[in-house]
Design a protein around this ligand. Structure first.
Ligand code: DQA
Length: 162
């Protein structure tokens, strides 16, 4: 099973940008923790960060046939990007949205997420720990998806034998 982690604009600046909001942890350290969790749970994981909307759309599309689930922090594009929302919706993979900050406690323009309605769930306001929660949540989703697939295959086999 493979998870692709997609990070939007300015998240490469974590550790430098607005530490009072985002904390001191760098993106590479968050990713190292996620990789540790993935290794412990025998999951493949790949990381992608871009400041460009089209590159994020491309990476989501590339998940078809490559990934089983997506963890995404679309950052500022959360509030503006119909293109990223459409890409998430198009690939039909379980997707979890993460925000380090509680976007509902911040400026009004951050209160709306265009992407959350096409995601399986959203985790916010937990800082870098939110990415760990997303890993736990995605592991559970992937287990459920795999169990459902096995049950469907068993049912199809029983029907074919009848
Ligand atoms: C963010 C929240 C967004 O509003 C903001 O533009 C970001 C980071 C977060 O993780 O809290 O860049 O997605």
């Amino acid at each position: 099973m493979k998870i692709v982690v997609i990070q939007g604009p300015n998240l490469n600046m974590l550790g430098l940008r607005e530490q009072n909001i985002y904390g001191p942890m760098k993106l590479e350290d968050i990713h190292a923790q996620m990789k540790g969790f993935a290794d412990q749970n025998s999951l493949d994981i790949e990381f992608f960060q871009s400041n460009l909307e089209g590159e994020i759309v491309d990476r989501i599309q590339e998940c078809i046939g490559d990934a089983d689930g997506i963890i995404i922090n679309p950052a500022a594009y959360t509030h503006t990007s119909i293109a990223i929302r459409d890409a998430i919706s198009a690939v039909q993979l379980p997707t979890l949205e993460v925000h380090l900050s509680n976007i509902h406690q911040r400026e009004e323009f951050r209160h709306t997420s265009l992407t959350a309605p096409v995601c399986a769930g959203q985790i916010l306001g937990m800082g870098p720990f939110g990415y760990h929660l997303a890993m736990v949540g995605m592991t559970q989703i992937l287990k459920e998806v795999s169990a459902m697939k096995q049950a469907r295959e068993a049912q199809a086999q029983t029907q074919a034998q009848a």
